[in-house]
Write a protein that binds this ligand. Structure first.
Ligand SMILES: *Cc1c(COP(=O)(O)O)cnc(C)c1O
Ligand SMILES: [Zn+2]
Length: 437
């Protein structure tokens, strides 16, 4: 039993049965899962959700699944952290971090979308799943497929970080590297899905996959005590998570589960791949595809499938957009680590760097509630940091207390303390000063 009605075209509203499908036959616009919200009234409530498992499946009534979860049973329900140290540093009153860097089992937000997509793939009867990935999606598809007993084929651009490749291969999928960038990979995957009858999660299962991203937004609301943050800053790669966080907020309002505080959704991208941010800043409805050039590889998608809807949602909600240069991304990533003890990958550094700019520019008010979406884990991308992280070399000594004493006596306690504080404020103000070109 579910509340799912159909797949519905986002543009012309043509309805299709629940089947593997990406776009509408009439206009090639994406199709989206439609639900019967009237039937949900009084049945899907705070209480019904709170009675569910401590995983993303507590929101199963709002997901396009008929039976029990068949993959990712323990994914989701990641921490929402009140980031008081970082808030003090940035001069804001109420700051939260939704921390999907510790999502189970592969440490990124992708475990949400894959849990739903693979459950749906099994419901449809597929035995082989795959994906077009910038790294994290491949990890998640490979891991979930291993546990669910499905064959997996992950397709990635060549030139990804070594950590990103091993992090998939360990789960035993077939892996193919494509000479080219993510957009080339994606194009090939559309042809593969058609020809081989495989479930490519972000291609022919895309309407189901994307619904999983709503759970990031549901959790923010529930963990805030069933309230919506006034500002949510969301990274944009293919453009899945941002509109779906907004859809999650809207569904909770529709069901009377939270009050409508007109939440603003803001978009974050790396400057070296910022087609959607540029369009929003220039007041355009459509974006120009771009060739990515950034160390934030997991969000380097130059032709985002749902970029149009990102622009629409940001504008409709009254949000804004910012992009950050690679150096600012690294500064922000370090600031998050030194203030809150969270090690995110460059995608998370991007989101924080952009949030700082939006605060400094007055697009986010300092006394309103802010949630920053941290979507990936830094331990996967240490290679990227080793070259540009600018970390001091640790001194090497013999295992002798006298040598350690010498080292300690060279360190003047007060100056280190002050320089630590000023280093992090410096990072914040550096980021704030460099505006996106
Ligand atoms: C995939 C990904 C995103 C966002 O991707 P969308 O396609 O826009 O949903 C953000 N951060 C990380 C770390 C990711 O892997
Ligand atoms: Zn249509």
């Amino acid at each position: 039993m579910s509340y799912v009605q159909s797949l519905r075209c986002k543009e012309c509203a043509t309805e299709y049965p629940i089947e593997p499908r990406t776009v509408c036959d009439n206009d090639f616009a994406p199709v989206e899962v439609a639900y019967d919200y009237d039937q949900m009234q009084g049945r899907v409530t705070r209480q019904s959700i709170e009675a569910g498992p401590r995983s993303l499946w507590r929101y199963k009534d709002l997901l396009p699944i008929e039976g029990a979860p068949l993959a990712g049973q323990r994914s989701g329900y990641t921490p929402l952290i009140k980031a008081d140290n970082l808030a003090r540093e940035l001069g804001v009153r109420e700051l939260y971090l939704k921390d999907d860097s510790v999502n189970y089992p592969t440490y990124s937000y992708k475990d949400r979308v894959v849990s739903v997509a693979l459950t749906k793939a099994i419901e449809f009867g597929f035995d082989t799943v795959g994906c077009a990935s910038t790294g994290n999606l491949a990890h998640s598809v490979a891991a979930h497929a291993a546990r669910a007993g499905l064959r997996a084929c992950v397709i990635i651009p060549d030139g990804l970080e070594q950590g990103k490749i091993i992090g998939s291969l360990v789960f035993g999928p077939r892996m193919v590297k494509i000479r080219g960038n993510y957009d080339d990979v994606n194009r090939l995957c559309s042809q593969i899905a058609d020809k081989y009858n495989w479930a490519i999660v972000n291609v022919n299962l895309r309407p189901f996959y994307t619904e999983g991203a709503k759970t990031h937004g549901f959790e923010i609301a529930e963990q805030l005590g069933w309230q919506l943050p006034q500002h949510t800053v969301v990274p944009v790669a293919g453009g899945t998570i941002l509109p779906k966080v907004h859809k999650a907020y809207e569904e909770l309002v529709t069901l009377g589960i939270v009050d409508d505080n007109k939440p603003k959704i803001h978009a974050a991208q790396a400057e070296g791949c910022s087609p959607v941010v540029k369009a929003i800043q220039e007041g355009k409805e459509l974006f120009h595809p771009q060739k990515p050039n950034t160390l934030a590889k997991s969000i380097a998608i130059g032709n985002p499938a749902d970029g149009y809807y990102v622009i629409d949602v940001v504008n409709k909600s009254g949000g804004h957009a910012a992009c950050a240069a690679d150096a600012e991304i690294i500064d922000a990533l370090k600031l998050l680590a030194t203030t809150e003890g969270i090690f995110t990958e460059p995608a998370g550094g991007t989101t924080l760097a952009c949030a700082i700019k939006l605060i400094e520019l007055g697009h986010i008010s300092r006394d309103e509630s802010i949630c920053i979406c941290i979507t990936g884990n830094g331990l996967k991308t240490v290679d990227a940091l080793a070259e540009v992280g600018n970390f001091p070399d640790a001194p090497v000594i013999d295992a002798k207390l006298t040598q350690f004493d010498d080292l300690v006596s060279q360190i003047d306690e007060t100056t280190t303390c002050e320089s630590k504080v000023s280093a992090s404020s410096q990072a914040a103000s550096n980021i704030a000063q460099v505006k996106c070109r």
